[in-house]
Design a protein around this ligand. Sequence first.
Ligand code: BMA
Length: 323
Amino acid sequence: MTLLRSPRNPILTRADIPAVLPDFGDVTSVFNPGAIHDGGRTLLMLRVQSRGRRTALVMAESDDGERFTVHGSPVVFRGVEGAGEKLHHLYDPRLTRIGDTVYVVFAADTETGCKLGVGSTKDFETFDFIGLGSHPDIRNGVLFPEKMGGRFVRLDRPNRSALEGGVTSGDEIWLSTSSDLVEWKPERAVMGGRWHYWDERIGSGPPPVKTRQGWLHLYHGIATHFASVSIYQVGAVLLDLTDPSKVLARSWNNILEPRELYELMGQVPNVVFPGGMVVERRDADGFALPESRVLVYYGAADSCVGLASTTVGELLGACDGPA
Ligand code: BMA
């Protein structure tokens, strides 16, 4: 199976972004959004880059999940100045609702490495900074939508190795837990990269979705064995409901790969990078229904935003290989 691209793709480009800050006119790129459904509307948190290569997180909202209106000012996390570190960029946000609070887990480039920060909001207008974890170099953090054993649970991806060009990446997704969203305890490795194939290096995509079969999770896989470029693709994995560090099944093939021009060419070519996943229908106990439509929001070539859809059942079917 493959995700079906929206005919309106790319659904957001740099031309859609207002000047959210004084020197943010004529921005360079908008990509890697987080997404969440909220009372009939879909909200995206966009990563916007200026020509000065500064980063702003900006909200956008939509009634139909495809046509978005971008807010006129950036997200400001109240209290972020107390982080204790110079934060150069906050980026690649993932949004998770727990109770009446929506948490944002984001990567933060600091002088001492890439950290994972957490913020929260209840109304998408005011945002509070909660903390930066102490892990010195880590990215791709996603929070599960419920606590387990009284603790917050997160998938994350320690950055292990430096790629050519100075970019760091990793090949293992871990499960970590926390009582306060600030101090995180790495518990167990969940899955590793499959060397020589499509997902040699990996990182979590959108937050996991609860189904009767297990936690359904999308991740990005990077093929690094091509001479001139790394190829970022999307795959699916099913994690055990009670022990989400256990992989039940994982897709043999990617379910989305760069094929369209806006995915193949841009600031970083050959990238599809999923950060948001909206499931439209759940049963009374909160499990996603197999027939429910799923909308996946992804960054394309680190330049614009794409939308692709499928159903929960199709994604479960895509998890057709071993861990
Ligand atoms: C990763 C992250 C993403 C980016 C991707 C492709 O390492 O930095 O933000 O989209 O590389 O450049």
